[in-house]
Design a protein around this ligand. Structure first.
Ligand SMILES: Cc1cc2nc3c(=O)[nH]c(=O)nc-3n(C[C@H](O)[C@H](O)[C@H](O)COP(=O)(O)OP(=O)(O)OC[C@H]3O[C@@H](n4cnc5c(N)ncnc54)[C@H](O)[C@@H]3O)c2cc1C
Length: 479
């Protein structure tokens, strides 16, 4: 990619408190007043109650992977939930587990397996985010996340109930039948309706899956997804070519689906898997030689055709914190760079049109796309502010951003353009991945946004739960 000469971005001038930042984009350096890591629900309640008595604002974080600044607020008391991570009870008859909200996916998956040694039909998680693992269940509910399930709603569909600590420090149990309004608001509520202390999560039977892989045109994708689902595939995605100037750009990709097979299906004699060194090499190529990156990535995936995986562990993904530092050193980059992710949604029948329009647009601006994938989502009819407001095709873009004024402007304008293109196709975008949407885009794509802000004011009139993202949202709506 080319590097523009511009000013490094300026951060807060008078630092006070504790500096925190998000893990992936590292574009949210924030001085919070203090970080509190409660070790019990009582300590969590006391922290919120004390903040209320002393008139302090509270922000909440889990794995700190969000990039819109919704987990931090300048000057707030930041509650870091990661020490509240117990797996409390597994009901093996009904397939539900009670966990504290700071538990992260690898610990949950391992903990479930440990508790079911010898079970003929064990339970596992139904879905988690792809691409990173050290994310909390509380963060998952607050973002109403999705994985690569082919026929799943966002995670709200897996939630039986949760305990929420409200703005006065009181514990409230929320489900579809009790505190149902808070159930619908706090899931996909970005930490603004209270602290989720514990969650009762519905599980799925842990089954063996066979991976089937082909490299194909994106124009065939909608039909291919439909055929895979009809043939019983449970999970799948399409990882597309990212070299802006290749013919394959957004037109070819690796289509991977996972089909249930009997649990005693033997694994192939030699399973193909990328080593750490190969992953590092691919990371480098994804920035420096995207054409080769796609060729090698596709060849690797094709070599795994027919391999078997477990329905829970196949969703795990290696993620190296600060991986971009090594890339920047090797590229002798004059400025820090990281990736920013965005996700937009279009009606499935509009997917081919959307991809062609984005192709033209990225070519005219020479954007540096690092990684992208397409998945499916079923409609969420339960949360107050659903991003899955229809049965969308979900398109994820991971873009390399230089931490300069020019770099940020460029990314902001690319992301705004993606929203416009998705919107023109009848789609929408994920509200909180970044803070670059215009007021018109926010209102057009999230028509209940003002009503949602009113609900926030109703349930939390003193805005005890606050974040830089929320402050930005309110200001944007007032413009
Ligand atoms: C590499 C990468 C891959 C990703 N892949 C996906 C994906 O496949 N699908 C997807 O849907 N998303 C994806 N995301 C987005 C990610 O799922 C969300 O940002 C998620 O919320 C991060 O969880 P976290 O534990 O890091 O939470 P944080 O980033 O720390 O917090 C996220 C939000 O949750 C709130 N929160 C955290 N804990 C609690 C709690 N206990 N109670 C109340 N509020 C709380 C915070 O206030 C904040 O608003 C990805 C992000 C990255 C960086």
């Amino acid at each position: 990619m080319s590097f523009s000469v511009s000013e490094p971005i300026a951060h807060q001038a008078t630092p006070a408190g504790v500096l925190v930042n998000d893990v992936h984009s590292q574009l949210n350096p924030t001085f919070v007043e203090q970080v509190v890591r409660p070790g019990s629900v009582e300590q969590l309640q006391a922290t919120v109650a004390l903040a209320a008595r002393s008139g302090r604002k509270v922000s909440i974080c889990g794995g700190r992977h969000s990039m819109g600044g919704q987990q931090f607020g300048a000057g707030t008391v930041l509650i870091d939930m990661r020490d509240l991570s117990a797996i409390q009870h597994l009901d093996q008859d009904y397939g539900v587990v009670d966990v504290q909200a700071g538990v992260q996916w690898p610990a949950l998956i391992d903990g479930l397996m440990e508790r079911q040694v010898g079970s003929a039909h064990p339970w596992g998680i139904a879905q988690k985010q792809t691409g990173a693992d050290r994310l909390t269940i509380g963060g998952a509910l607050s973002a109403n996340v999705h994985g690569r399930g082919l026929t799943m709603t966002p995670i709200v569909g897996d939630v039986v109930s949760f305990d929420l600590i409200d703005a006065r420090g009181m514990r409230r149990q929320c489900s579809r039948t009790g505190n149902a309004d808070l159930f619908a608001l706090a899931i996909g509520g970005y930490g603004l309706f209270g602290v989720i202390a514990s969650v009762r999560l519905r599980l799925a039977r842990r089954v063996k899956l066979q991976r089937r892989v082909r490299v194909m045109d994106s124009g065939e994708l909608t039909a291919a997804f439909g055929e895979a689902i009809a043939a019983g595939a449970r999970y799948g995605d399409f990882q597309f070519a990212t070299d802006t100037w290749s013919n394959d750009f957004l037109r070819r990709g690796v289509f991977v689906c996972y089909y249930p097979v009997p649990d005693d299906t033997p694994a192939p004699a030699s399973a193909a898997a990328l080593t750490d060194a190969q992953w590092r090499a691919l990371h480098w190529l994804s920035h420096d030689d995207k054409r080769t990156a796609f060729r090698l990535y596709a060849a690797h995936y094709l070599a795994t055709d027919g391999q078997t995986y477990w329905s829970d562990t196949h969703q795990l993904a290696a993620y190296v914190d600060d991986y971009h530092e090594a890339l920047d050193r090797r590229a002798a980059s004059a400025h820090k760079r990281t990736e920013m992710i965005t996700e937009v949604y279009v009606p499935r029948e509009q997917l081919a049109r959307f991809l062609e329009e984005v192709r033209q647009d990225f070519r005219s601006h020479g954007e540096s796309l690092i990684y992208g994938t397409i998945r499916l989502i079923e409609r969420d009819t339960e949360t107050f502010l659903p991003w899955a407001s229809d049965r969308w095709a979900c398109i994820v873009f991971n873009v390399c951003v230089e931490h300069t004024t020019v770099g940020l402007d460029r990314a902001a304008s690319a992301f705004r353009q993606l929203i416009d293109t998705a919107s023109a196709c009848g789609g929408t975008y994920y509200l909180a991945y970044h803070r670059w949407a215009t007021r018109a885009q926010i209102e057009a794509c999230h028509p209940r946004i003002r009503e949602w802000v009113r609900m926030k004011q109703l349930f939390d009139p003193e805005c005890r739960f606050d974040s830089d993202w929320y402050r930005h949202l309110v200001a944007a709506l007032e413009e």
